[in-house]
Design a protein around this ligand. Sequence first.
Ligand SMILES: [Zn+2]
Length: 298
Amino acid sequence: MYSWLQASLDQLCQRASQNRLHHALLLKGFKGIGKTKFAEQLGRFLLCANKQTVPEQGYAACGQCQSCLLLGAGNHPDLYEIRSDKQIGVDAIREAIKKLSGSSQLSGAKVLVIHDAHTMTESSANALLKTLEEPTNNTFLLLLSAQAERLLPTILSRCEKVALASPTKQACIAWLKQQGYQNVDDAMLRLYGASPLLLIERLNTPPKINYQDVIQSIDALRTGQADAADLAIKWQDEAINMVKWLQIWLVDQLKKDATNAESLWKMHSLCVSANVQLRNPGVNKTLVLVNILQSMVK
Ligand SMILES: [Zn+2]
């Protein structure tokens, strides 16, 4: 398990081994912090017939029982997963609930993992409610989400929320070194350090626009050599990254010179609302960017 998630995993495994684990967990945290692997390891532990539960030795699945072997082969009859690129439809939920309502094939626990749970439609979420309220015996539902605020309140209130933390900067750097990435650019660390797996993806395929480009463009904008609308059009495909870069730039300005603090914080709060707006699939990204960029013109 990733070092920054180990303590949370141990805690849940400990509670599971004492039969004190809530049957519905919402595992929430930034995209790219390792939620999928976390759910996989927790599921493995829950399903294992011969768990290692001596605190001093750590909590782990045995790796040898029938359940562990089936999981290793990717073929466990009591593990169900729902994932979808866009939306999780009601049929997928109903099918999973039907499977969960039967008895366990291996006489152990049953686990349902719902990836990107915030993509459930309203009817999917409603179909899941009864199972969340009255689960069948020894059944665990693991809901994963990087945007938990988009889940219906009825779902949120029925789950125990487990906030998975991102690594500290030092932990992230140490982990990157283990993965063979030395001397990672500080701007990339600041942009993606909270999402290490995403950071590695970006290091392999660097964004088209880097922080140096952003600094130069803002200078040009503030000295009248660039136009906010032109920049917004150029940046719209990477709008979310661009807003993050702008936030980093604003924080850097504040550190250098606090005399403009008030206007800089105003721009920063525009960025914060832009982050929320950009999560809406139908949003006009150019307009969102223009709004911030115009506020930066002196
Ligand atoms: Zn096992």
